[in-house]
Design a protein around this ligand. Sequence first.
Ligand SMILES: Cc1cc2nc3c(=O)[nH]c(=O)nc-3n(C[C@H](O)[C@H](O)[C@H](O)COP(=O)(O)OP(=O)(O)OC[C@H]3O[C@@H](n4cnc5c(N)ncnc54)[C@H](O)[C@@H]3O)c2cc1C
Length: 333
Amino acid sequence: MLSRRIGKQFCGHFKGSFGRFQSTLVVAEHNNETLTPITQNTITAAKNLGGNISVLVAGTKCGPAAEALSKTDGITKVLVAESDIFKGLTVENLTALIVATQNKNKYTHILAGASTLGKTVIPRVAAKLDVSPISDVIGIKSTDTFIRSIYAGNAIQTIQANDPIKILSIRGTSFEPATLGSGSATIEKVPVEGCDTQLSEFVSQELSKSDRPELTSAKVVVSGGRGMKSSDNFKILFDLADKLNAAVGASRAAVDAGYAPSHFLVGQTGSIIAPDLYIAVGISGAIQHLAGMKDSKTIVAINKDPEAPIFQVADYGLVEDLFKAVPEMTGKL
Ligand SMILES: Cc1cc2nc3c(=O)[nH]c(=O)nc-3n(C[C@H](O)[C@H](O)[C@H](O)COP(=O)(O)OP(=O)(O)OC[C@H]3O[C@@H](n4cnc5c(N)ncnc54)[C@H](O)[C@@H]3O)c2cc1C
């Protein structure tokens, strides 16, 4: 078993907030039109805390995202901050907005997904409010006690937080997505004065275009490691992925060697995913890689080394040369 429970490592003096009125602010991640899936997982985590939930949507023309959130079960209020200063969601301006919203409404908890955005904004907000951020939360035991993953997922820590405001980043794969459709939250505009920090400016972004599903939301992922030996060889993974309607991922060794682009990276320093099916091809199974995919429902490993650690977490293992096995699988689908 990969995870080793090491119990309560940090256990400060208990000043729990049971009985106190809970109110949580969830920071929504979206592209103005649609919500990023981790927002729905974070809302479920917020529901586990109890009390009122407000969701903050900052963007330029984010009406559709706010509308979808207002119909999400369990949300009391959707707070909308619409302004050009949130173009590209620069983290400095978003931090200023969250802090201003917190100072006005005095939430007991502030939550964001443990995505690139959440990992960037949560520590900033915590620093501004002079409390400790609690990152990568995978379970909520009570309003002040949280379970989080540490040492690249190799140990689980239960932590009790004494800060008056708990600021958490939530690992999406550990919470079911909240369902959209049955709620009726009110939508409220929030002032944005004072949130233009002028510390950074959004210039442009180039999004990779692909007909394949996005790595973090795909139900099936085919990943390649150093065993692929070249970027050209990734073609056999793309062929398999196309048959399975899968996203393609990669290990750090494959990314560092230039076989795959960095947005393919799965693991501690890349995407943390939990698809229904994860096929690891030519990947040894280092803990930093497992940290990003071990929660997948079914794991298949193809590796020519029967001693490769990936087989310890695999549901199905194939000891075989990948250049023989993968085209054969694709041919049979
Ligand atoms: C701080 C830190 C953070 C890190 N973060 C990440 C991270 O986010 N993600 C990540 O993946 N790694 C991460 N790493 C790197 C990690 O430790 C490993 O080095 C990396 O995952 C190894 O990648 P790999 O399995 O592709 O390569 P290797 O460990 O070299 O394994 C290659 C595998 O391919 C098999 N193979 C070779 N040829 C064939 C063939 N023809 N057919 C079948 N099998 C074959 C071999 O048997 C071997 O098991 C991190 C490391 C550090 C220190």
